[in-house]
Design a protein around this ligand. Structure first.
Ligand code: ATP
Length: 215
């Protein structure tokens, strides 16, 4: 099972294509989208939890293998990946778990709460993201040398412990840019599914109070 955490503020094709390519290429039985409630590494999300969940549900609806899990949104306090993975591990004691993160997130791994525990609970699968390179020195360089694998089979044979870097189609889309675009009164069409765009349009979120309609 791939576990794809994120703020998803909003979810976009960079997330969805990455998840889909991993689902297929890494032969995951499912990719579980896990919107985070209160991200410990960044400021408050712009859209509230309910809206971000609605966007993730709209984006993934009808796609076989895509599952949405709202447990982090229901939990009070910071959303630590290690807690989420512990809960999943208790629920699925025998299933391999793989935390999916972009290279930008992986480069910050050592700042995560109990980051070393994460590999005891799950594999980490890293998606290449435009503009970011894999670390070759420091604690993450060492970790990659120790735990990195190029064999997809390792992700299925062991339940946790490997790091796999996967080349996905590079889509230079970010939630930040989408929010800025909408705030400037422009249309995020073709950066995200229309169903997500519809949720954004209806709620009016990300829009500056003085912009009447997106163009
Ligand atoms: P923001 O611009 O607000 O920081 P984001 O676009 O990076 O948002 P997040 O919800 O923070 O989106 O990302 C969740 C996960 O998806 C992270 O691990 C991130 O690295 C990864 N990710 C985001 N955008 C892409 C992309 N275009 N290609 C591959 N991975 C991505």
């Amino acid at each position: 099972m791939g576990v794809f955490g994120g703020t998803f503020d909003p979810i976009h094709f960079g997330h969805l294509r990455t998840a889909f390519e991993m689902l297929q290429a890494l032969r995951f039985d499912e990719v579980r989208f896990m919107p985070c409630g209160n991200p410990p590494h960044r400021g408050e999300p712009f859209a509230d939890a309910e809206l971000r969940l609605a966007m993730v549900l709209a984006a993934t609806e009808g796609q076989a293998g895509f599952v949405v899990d709202d447990r982090e949104l229901l939990r009070d306090g910071p959303s630590y990946s290690v807690d989420t993975l512990s809960a999943l591990r208790s629920e699925f004691p025998l299933r391999p778990l793989a935390l999916i993160i972009g290279m930008d997130a992986f480069l910050n791994l050592t700042k995560w709460h109990q980051w070393r525990e994460i590999l005891q609970l799950a594999h980490i699968v890293v998606a290449h993201r435009p503009g970011w390179r894999a670390p070759d020195m420091g604690p993450l360089g060492t970790l990659l040398a120790d735990r990195g694998t190029h064999r997809i089979g390792d992700l299925h044979q062991a339940r946790s412990g490997h790091i796999y870097i996967h080349d996905v189609t590079q889509l230079e889309i970010s939630s930040t840019e989408i929010r800025e675009l909408i705030a400037a009164g422009r249309d995020p069409r073709f950066l995200m599914p229309d169903a997500v765009r519809a949720v954004i349009e209806k709620s009016g979120c990300y829009r500056k109070p003085d912009t009447a309609e997106i163009q």
